[in-house]
Ligand binder design. Structure first.
Ligand code: NAD
Ligand code: WQD
Length: 336
């Protein structure tokens, strides 16, 4: 049984991954400062799994607290989710994003190095592809950033490459997530954004449940079949399972790899809207608005590397993503 340290494990993707780890028989230590999550998520993960999570409310900016975790536990590997993730907010408060995401990661890497823990799975993002020239996007595509959030991911990827060059004993996987959506089948854990959601699926959910009036559709004049933006939405449970495959891979094939986690299929805003209406039986009102700054027309993954290297493929389809998102939203209209 291995001990896995999960930073940001109380958050949306973290909590779903912790559940899968526990169900796989791993022992999990979560550290989170709860700046964008609630402890209730982990309580529910304990309920669902019937297992205990070791949890410490720790900020990655606090080196001493972080060091103490590595002294106290015999950690085999780290999954590093903790970070701030709102693109628009990152444009307004870039220094906070750099401080939190970069300094937090540097502190984590320093503690790992000091304690000889060299296996890491890092939450990167498809945002590192900037505005790609074509789709599907392979890992070999050039990277760039269009906002401070994305730049923080790109810089961390580069820091990790430098670290690996300096010491080949590090085993690192950079998982580049496309658009995570949906929730665990139980409807007990899910995405719980504070305030008005930035992302499409939680916004639609809140219109369907009657908390928001109308979905703004940001642009219907893109070069896509129906004019709205196309993205690769991936069920959060498939994404969580990708992390387990990444950990397995780290144990047998050392090295540094960047790997896309997506389905390889793009859906437009209207396709998502209609699939959600079908899954929920609700009508979702929408209005066409101007394009959102920084948005691109199309983004979806070439997923062959995940299949070849990790033996992982997303299995849950769009209907399931919408049904599960709706179950979570309707069972927990006010979140946790
Ligand atoms: P989330 O906000 O739900 O989870 C992140 C967690 O990290 C939160 O629980 C937050 O409290 C914690 N955290 C933040 N700063 C911290 C700090 N300094 N110390 C300790 N804990 C801290 O976000 P998520 O959607 O679960 O995303 C997880 C990771 O995946 C993030 O790194 C995010 O950038 C990345 N990612 C997310 C998406 C997405 O659309 N959700 C897409 C691509 C990549
Ligand atoms: C999807 C589509 C919008 C909201 C973001 C980050 C990315 C990654 C995932 C972290 C687009 C349209 C949206 C709305 C809309 N996160 N939309 N009305 O922008 O692809 O990716 O989250 O790494 O870095 O940029 O996701 O869900 O915001 O948008 O019409 O109210 O839905 O224009 O076409 P995005 P999204």
């Amino acid at each position: 049984m291995s001990q896995i340290l999960v930073t940001g494990g109380a958050g949306y993707i973290g909590s779903h991954t912790v559940l899968e780890l526990l169900e796989n028989g791993d022992e999990v230590i979560v550290i989170d400062n709860l700046s964008n999550s609630k402890l209730e998520s982990l309580k529910r993960v304990e309920e669902l799994s019937g297992k205990k999570i070791i949890f410490h409310q720790i900020d990655l900016l606090n080196k001493d607290d972080l060091g103490a975790e590595f002294k106290k536990y015999d950690i085999d590997a780290v999954i590093h989710f903790a970070g701030l993730k709102a693109v628009g907010e990152s444009v307004k408060i870039p220094l906070s994003y750099y401080q939190n995401n970069l300094t937090g990661t540097l502190n984590l890497l320093g503690a790992m190095k000091e304690h000889g823990v060299k296996k890491l799975v890092f939450s990167s993002s498809a945002t590192v592809y900037g505005d790609p020239d074509s789709v599907p996007i392979t890992e070999a595509f050039p990277t760039s950033a269009t906002n401070p959030y994305g730049r923080s991911k790109l810089i961390i990827e580069e820091i990790l490459r430098d670290l690996y060059v300096s010491d080949n004993e590090w085993d690192i996987i950079l998982l580049r997530y496309f658009n995570p959506v949906g929730a665990h089948k139980s409807g007990r854990i899910g995405e719980d954004p504070a305030g008005i959601p930035n992302n499409l699926m939680p916004y639609i959910s809140k219109v369907a449940v009657g908390q928001l009036e109308i979905l703004p559709v940001y642009g219907n004049d893109y070069d896509t079949p129906d004019g709205t933006g196309v993205r690769d939405y991936i069920h959060v449970v498939d994404l969580a399972l990708g992390h387990l495959k990444a950990l397995e891979h780290l144990s047998v094939h050392p090295g540094l790899e960047a790997i896309n986690l997506g389905t390889g299929r793009g859906y437009s805003v209207f396709e998502i809207l209609h699939a959600f209406e079908q899954a929920s039986g609700k009508t979702v009102a929408f209005e066409i608005k101007p394009r959102r700054t920084g948005d691109i027309a199309k983004c979806f993954a070439d997923t062959s590397k995940a299949d070849d290297v990790l033996g992982w493929k997303a299995e849950r389809d769009l209907a399931e993503m919408c049904e599960d998102a709706w179950r979570w939203q309707s069972m927990n209209p006010n979140g946790y």
